[in-house]
Write a protein that binds this ligand. Structure first.
Ligand code: SF4
Ligand code: SF4
Length: 438
C-alpha cells in the first residue's frame, strides 16, 4: 500500500537563483524525488546503519530542508551528509532519474564553507588534501607511513590515523614516469591522450604502464601530456571546491587543445570527475571548453570496447577472476559491461560474478580515513564476497578500490591478488604477442 506522501514529487521553497549555477540542478534533483524508497536497498550506508537519514531519500530530504533554510548545515545534518560515500548507487537504482550527484557535490562544498569540523578532523582532511594529489609529497608521506606501520601503534592514536596507516603498503615501487609518446603497434587505429593521475603513480605505477601497453597492442598511439597533475577528483568529491577548480583548470590546460580521438582515463573516480568538468566550471568562461573536454573523456575499458579490442592471448597461468565494480565506473559512468567483456576475452580466465559486485568497498576517496567504521564494515562485506567467489584474482578499475580491497584481504591473510583490469590485459597481450612471435 502506498503511504501518504509517497510517489508525489517533492514540493519545495528553495531560492534557486541565490544558489548560483548549481541551483537549477539541485532543485531539479529534489523535485524529481518521489520518495518511493527504491534506492534504499542499494545504498551502502543504509544497508550498514539502517537509518532513514543515512539513506538517499533521507539525505535528499535533509538537503531540501537546508536549502530552504529550515535546518542548519551542521551537527547531525552534517554528520548524515558526511556519512554518504558519494557512490551514486542511488542514481542507478532511482526510477525517477534523480541526479543525486548534482545535489551532493555543491552541498558538500557548502558544508565545508559553513560548518567547521572539529580540530582533528580538520587537520586530517587538510593533510590528506595537501598530500595525496601531489605525487612527490605523497611518496614521501607514504614512505614515512610504511616505516610507522612497522612500529606498534599506541592505543591513543585516533581511528582515522590508524585507518590511514593500515592502507599504506609495506613498500613503495620506484617512480616510473611514462614517456611522452608511446607509438601504436602495427596499423594505427586511434590516437589518445592518457591521464596518469596522482595517487596511482605513487602506489602502483605499473597500472599506467600496463594501460599504455594494452592501448599500443590495440593499435593506439598514446600521448602523455606534460604539465598534467591531479585532475581534481579527490578534492571535488571531498567538497574542496577551490582546490578542485584549480586542479581541473590545469588539467584542462594540459588536455583541451590536443588533437586526439579521446582522453583516456584508467581511474574511475578521475574519469567520473572529468566527465563532470562542465559542472565544475558552470557559469565561468571555461564552461564551453570544459564540456568539450568532458565529451572526449573515456574510461580505458569503455574506449577499447568502442574501438573493438583485438583478441588477447592467455595469462601465464589460468585464473578464476572476480570483477569488482568501482562505484564511479559503474554508477558514475555507467560502464559495467566493457571491463567484463575485456576480461572474459582472455582465453584462460574464468570470470566469476561477485555477490553484490557494485556495492561500494568503502574506499570512496578519503572516506575510508574520515569514516573508518562504516568503511571497515563495507570492506569486510566485500572481502567476504570475494572469498565466497573462490577467485584467486580480483580485478577492478580504480586505484582507491584496489588499495581498500587489498588492505581488507591482507588483514584476513587471504592469498587473493588485487589487480587493475589493464594489468591483467597487459599480461594477456604480452603472452599473445610472444606466442605469435613463435
Ligand atoms: S529511488 Fe529516487 S525517487 Fe525514489 S526515494 Fe530514492 S531518490 Fe527518491
Ligand atoms: S551516494 Fe551512495 S552512500 Fe550516498 S546516498 Fe547515494 S547510495 Fe547512499
Amino acid at each position: 500500500m502506498r503511504k501518504a506522501g509517497e510517489n508525489e514529487t517533492m514540493q519545495h521553497r528553495i531560492p534557486v537563483e541565490e544558489l548560483g549555477p548549481a541551483g537549477p540542478g539541485m532543485a531539479a534533483a529534489i523535485e524529481a524525488c518521489v520518495h518511493c524508497g527504491f534506492c534504499l536497498g542499494t545504498c551502502p550506508t543504509y544497508l550498514v546503519l539502517g537509518e532513514e537519514m543515512d539513506s538517499p531519500r533521507g539525505r535528499i530530504y535533509l538537503m531540501k530542508q537546508v536549502l530552504e533554510g529550515e535546518l542548519p548545515l551542521s551537527g547531525a545534518v552534517a554528520e548524515h551528509l558526511d556519512r554518504c560515500l558519494g557512490c551514486l548507487a542511488c542514481v542507478t537504482a532511482c526510477p525517477s532519474g534523480v541526479r543525486y550527484g548534482e545535489l551532493l557535490t555543491p552541498i558538500r562544498a557548502r558544508r565545508e564553507r559553513e560548518a567547521p569540523r572539529p580540530a582533528l578532523a580538520r587537520w586530517v582532511r587538510a593533510a590528506l588534501l595537501a598530500t595525496l594529489p601531489y605525487p612527490r609529497r605523497f611518496r614521501l608521506a607514504a614512505r614515512l607511513g610504511a616505516i610507522a606501520r612497522r612500529l606498534p601503534v599506541p592505543r591513543w592514536v585516533p581511528l582515522p590515523l590508524r585507518a590511514m596507516l593500515e592502507l599504506v603498503p609495506e613498500s613503495l615501487p620506484p617512480a616510473r614516469p611514462l614517456p611522452a609518446h608511446i607509438p601504436a603497434q602495427g596499423r594505427r587505429r586511434a590516437r589518445v591522450a592518457l591521464l596518469t593521475g596522482c595517487v596511482q603513480q605513487v602506489l602502483r605505477p605499473e597500472i599506467n604502464h600496463a594501460t599504455a601497453r594494452v592501448l599500443a597492442a590495440n593499435g593506439v598511439e598514446v600521448l602523455v601530456p606534460p604539465g598534467q597533475g591531479c585532475c581534481g577528483a579527490l578534492a571535488l568529491h571531498a567538497g574542496a571546491e577551490e582546490q578542485a577548480r584549480d586542479q581541473a583548470a590545469r588539467t584542462l590546460e594540459a588536455f583541451a587543445s590536443l588533437d586526439v580521438d579521446a582522453i583516456v582515463v584508467n581511474a574511475a573516480g578521475c574519469g567520473s570527475a572529468m566527465k563532470e568538468y562542465h559542472h565544475v566550471f558552470a557559469g565561468s568562461p571555461h564552461e564551453k571548453r570544459a564540456r568539450a573536454l568532458a565529451d572526449r573523456v573515456r574510461d580505458v575499458s569503455e574506449f577499447l570496447a568502442e574501438l573493438g579490442p583485438l583478441p588477447p592471448g592467455p595469462l601465464s597461468r589460468p585464473a578464476r577472476v572476480a570483477y569488482h565494480d568501482a562505484c564511479h565506473l559503474a554508477h558514475g559512468q555507467g560502464v559495467r559491461e566493457a571491463p567484463r567483456h575485456l576480461l572474459g576475452a582472455i582465453p584462460n580466465v574464468d570470470l566469476v560474478e561477485l555477490d553484490e559486485p557494485d556495492l561500494c568497498c568503502g574506499s570512496a576517496g578519503i572516506y575510508n580515513i574520515e569514516q573508518p567504521e562504516v568503511a571497515r564494515q563495507l570492506q569486510e562485506r566485500k572481502v567476504e564476497s570475494i572469498l565466497a567467489s573462490g577467485a584467486s584474482i580480483v580485478a577492478t578499475g580504480n586505484i582507491g578500490c584496489l588499495v581498500q580491497v587489498a588492505a581488507g584481504l591482507r588483514r584476513r591473510g587471504a592469498p587473493v591478488r588485487v589487480m587493475h583490469t589493464m594489468e591483467l590485459l597487459a599480461e594477456a597481450y604480452a603472452t599473445g604477442a610472444a606466442r605469435a612471435a613463435g
